[in-house]
Design a protein around this ligand. Structure first.
Ligand code: PGA
Length: 250
């Protein structure tokens, strides 16, 4: 089955030319049915879209919950759509931890995106190390999903991609085991079915993120293992050799 492979470049690289070099290398080596989505710094979106939109889809790493106005520094969902993006990451744990993103603002963003654009939100959720140690993983996922989807209709919710990203696995080289990923996936499905009683199974795509690399990609995506719908890749997405092997996975 076709998988969703997302590159989250975060605040890298410094120069647009360096980014272009990465995409040029990927262009030569990626040959896949999978959906490859590149989320570079927003400044790079415009030049990349004009050069590479025939090969990759593009997404923002965040956006605001208003369309336009006196909001210095913000980028709206409509702006991302207007330049040609199809996706936008919302609620990444770095935004939650470092930039005061709250469950409420995440819900406002998801709502604005779904009500005013055709963009697909990639909603990031996940527990931190302490929460896992205290057996709070389920309640954290439940709170994050329930609040993010507050007042979102089932039709709109079906568009969302949910990225399970345990915070302790992000950028650490430590990744969740097959069993932990499977458990989280089952719990996310249960939480979604509790919210949307008529949601058909597997309707909402659920992907995994957190130290994804060549060592773990197979068990994350294999049908007989965790069988996730895709991956959200941070650090390794800036290494064209490794990322193209991940993107070409089948
Ligand atoms: P990582 O980042 O692959 O470097 O752990 C993943 C993410 O932050 O989405």
């Amino acid at each position: 089955m076709k998988k969703i492979i997302i590159a989250n470049w975060k605040c890298n690289p410094i120069k647009v030319k360096e980014g272009e070099q990465i995409l040029l290398s990927l262009k030569k080596t990626i040959n896949t049915e999978n959906k490859v989505i590149i989320c570079p710094p927003s400044l790079f979106l415009s030049p990349f879209l004009s050069l590479f939109s025939d090969i990759f889809s593009f997404g923002g790493q965040d956006c605001f919950f208003e369309e336009k106005g006196a909001y210095t520094g913000e980028i709206s969902p409509k702006m991302l759509q207007d330049i040609g993006c199809k996706y936008v990451i919302i609620g990444h744990s770095e935004r939650r931890a470092l930039f005061s993103e709250t469950d409420k603002s995440i819900n406002q963003k998801i709502s604005k995106i779904l009500n005013s654009t055709k963009l697909t939100p990639i909603l990031c959720i996940g527990e931190n190390r302490e929460e896992r140690a205290k057996n709070k993983t389920y309640s954290i996922l439940e709170r994050q999903i329930t609040s993010a989807l507050n007042n979102i209709s089932i039709e709109k919710a079906k568009k969302i991609i949910i990225a399970y990203e345990p915070v302790w696995a992000i950028g650490t080289g430590v990744y969740a085991t097959k069993e932990e990923i499977k458990e989280a996936k089952n719990n996310i499905v249960k939480i979604l079915c509790d919210i949307y009683k008529k949601l058909p199974p597997n309707k909402i795509k659920i992907i995994y993120g957190g130290s994804v690399d060549l060592k773990n990609i197979a068990f994350i995506l294999n049908k007989n293992d965790a069988d996730m719908d895709g991956v959200l890749v941070g650090g390794v997405s800036l290494k064209p050799k490794d990322f193209s092997l991940i993107a070409n996975w089948k």
